[in-house]
Design a protein around this ligand. Structure first.
Ligand SMILES: [Fe+2]
Ligand SMILES: [Fe+2]
Length: 393
């Protein structure tokens, strides 16, 4: 088979190789391509380029130059395969040899494999993941403008201290909630693109929560409140959870699920518009985090109902690890009471106390509801909810 291409005055070092390549492409190995052109170094450059790409230039020294196509191009793509389907859901098993290739790309053999731990779709997936990612991308807000930082914060000093204490506590919880999806993400095969994107968006959400809670905590001049050892110990057990699903279950289903009620409470009892604003913004994001945690865990349980036992063990293990730990920082509990009371009047403190009791009950009911949705019988859901950390997250 023969073909011809004309480079006119274009040199091979000026992009001429694109024309040569294009003309060679339809030819089988052994096919001949005649290259015409007026560039003075055309023959010399073509000879070098052909050597590099496994083609040959014929002995004929006159013009034009004739190339015989080699087999290197075909060999390069021999054994190449597609990195799963470009459209629709990802493959059940992501091949580590696909490495960082785009989903659906033709993957040249021989590249470095990716050292991801999570390569099975069932272990990371939820059908809702693409929609949740789209919602996260569309729902991004700017911490600088989404909150009216200049709004008047006219709060009595002791109530303000309670707000600052709660913000201090929120920040440490948000930091744990940022690190966990980031850690899972680093071990996820990128073939599960939507889950990768969703975890990245989740970590970015938490980065914003860290920012706005810190900013509210410092709004009236600081200093920040206290950080209890028990709360930090509780969060530390989450950081050490090795499994994708149990880490997400403990963090998102139980912890962030409980936080939904906490953030609603803070929004309702906020003594100033900034506290109300930051609580509302975080609440909106957390609802998405909980939705993925619940959907993914339910997905796992549907595929293997005995997985409920693994989930149960993860709660029991964490409870055992935290047996000797105080749980919620007492200062945080008191701050919540004072926030709901709004003053030091005994009757108001009593009202604040009852509001926090009611909050704990709502948190418990919410956890039981989510556990029952996952498939736990009611009595077991109640039992596991009671074992959840007193730190809420
Ligand atoms: Fe958060
Ligand atoms: Fe979250």
């Amino acid at each position: 088979m023969r073909a011809t291409t004309d480079l006119d005055g274009l040199g091979l070092d000026e992009g001429g190789h694109l024309l040569v390549q294009r003309a060679l492409e339809p030819l089988p190995p052994g096919g001949r391509l005649t290259v015409t052109g007026s560039h003075p170094a055309l023959r010399v450059h073509l000879a070098a380029w052909c050597r590099e790409h496994g083609h040959r230039v014929t002995e004929n020294t006159g013009a034009p130059v004739e190339i015989i196509k080699g087999t290197a191009g075909e060999q390069r793509w021999r054994g190449a395969s597609r990195a799963g389907p470009a459209q629709g859901p990802p493959d059940e098993r992501a091949d580590p040899r696909w490495g960082l290739a785009a989903r659906g790309a033709l993957v040249e053999a021989g590249g470095p494999p990716i050292g991801a731990e999570w390569t099975e779709r069932e272990h990371v997936w939820a059908d809702i993941a693409p929609r949740l990612y789209a919602a996260a991308a569309a729902g991004g807000w700017d911490p600088a403008t989404a909150v009216d930082w200049a709004a008047p914060v006219d709060v009595p000093p002791e109530i303000e201290r309670a707000v600052v204490q709660i913000m201090t506590y929120l920040v440490e919880n948000e930091q744990a909630a940022l690190i966990i999806p980031a850690r899972l993400l680093s071990q996820l095969h990128p073939h599960f693109r939507e889950v990768m994107q969703l975890l990245a968006a989740q970590a970015a959400d938490e980065a914003r929560h860290v920012e706005v809670f810190t900013r509210r905590g410092l709004l009236t001049g600081g200093p920040l409140g206290t950080s209890g050892a028990g709360g930090r110990a509780s969060l530390q057990t989450l950081l050490g959870e090795p499994d994708f699903t149990t880490a997400g279950f403990l963090l998102s289903v139980l912890g962030e699920g409980t936080f939904l009620d906490l953030l609603r409470f803070l929004h309702r009892h906020a003594p100033d518009p900034v506290t109300a604003g930051v609580s509302r913004l975080a609440l909106r994001d957390e609802a998405r985090h909980v939705a993925f945690g619940v959907s993914h865990t339910a997905h796992m349980v549907r595929a293997d109902p005995s997985y409920l036992g693994v989930l149960r063990q993860s709660v029991e293990r964490r409870h055992a690890a935290l047996l000797d730990v105080a749980g919620l920082n007492a200062e945080v509990f008191d701050a919540l009471v004072l926030l709901a009371a709004g003053s030091w009047e005994p009757a108001e403190i009593g009202r604040g106390w009852r509001a926090v009791r009611q909050l704990l009950q709502q948190m418990d009911e919410g956890r039981q509801r989510r556990l029952a949705y996952l498939g736990f019988p009611d009595d077991e859901a109640a039992e596991l909810s009671a074992l959840h950390t007193r730190n809420f997250m």
